[in-house]
Design a protein around this ligand. Structure first.
Ligand code: SF4
Length: 193
């Protein structure tokens, strides 16, 4: 049977879409068999690619605020895992970073999930993660985030990028109604006070 260590070694050696990556492969993934909360975002940006540290940018700062978790715990707690839709920086497009590479999630996600049997909550951040894991027919992110059952294993969220400021302004219910539920679930799962 495959071990998590072997799997992570395979992922680090992956070159499946290397010819499309401007800086070459540098998969950024955090997995642990003790994981209870799994964060599925898009793909590393340049800063994350350079440091190899996931969510090490203003989006990460906002995500930690949403979860009410400090930076230290975010990186040290083995109950938190991070598995983007594309593990390597995909390059720049006309309006920001390119989408995560399509090859990545089908290659690695199911195998990583099999190594994390204790996951209770999966945060689906942004359209790519939601499109891959949810077949709910919602046309807009706002509809999905507002109407998805708050107690479900999957928890869809907008991207916490500063570029999403307008969306957050237009949808004040996200701060007032969704975030308290998210924080309560995180507190319960991580047994925080
Ligand atoms: S993005 Fe994914 S599939 Fe492509 S090289 Fe990196 S790990 Fe492999």
């Amino acid at each position: 049977m495959e071990s998590l260590l072997t799997l992570l070694t395979d992922i680090r050696a992956c070159t499946a879409c290397a010819e499309h990556l401007p800086f070459g492969p540098r998969p950024v993934v955090v997995a642990n068999t003790a994981a209870k909360i799994l964060i599925i975002g898009q793909a590393p940006g340049t800063r994350v690619h350079q440091t190899g540290i996931p969510w090490n940018d203003p989006s990460g700062d906002r995500l930690r605020q949403w979860l009410a978790i400090g930076r230290e715990q975010f990186y040290a707690d083995p109950r938190l895992a991070i598995m983007p839709m594309g593990f390597c920086y995909p390059g720049k497009g006309r309006s920001g970073d390119l989408p995560p590479r399509k090859e990545c999630a089908p290659l690695w996600h199911a195998r990583l999930l099999a190594q994390m049997p204790n996951v209770e909550l999966v945060l689906l951040i942004g359209q790519y993660a939601q499109g891959y894991y949810l077949r709910d027919g919602f046309k807009t992110l706002a509809e999905r985030v507002q109407q998805h059952p708050l107690k479900d294993r999957y928890f869809p969220l907008p991207h916490p990028s500063p570029r999403n400021q307008l969306w957050l302004k237009r949808n004040p219910w996200f701060d007032s109604d969704v975030l308290p539920c998210l924080q309560a679930r995180v507190r319960t799962i991580l047994e925080l006070k």
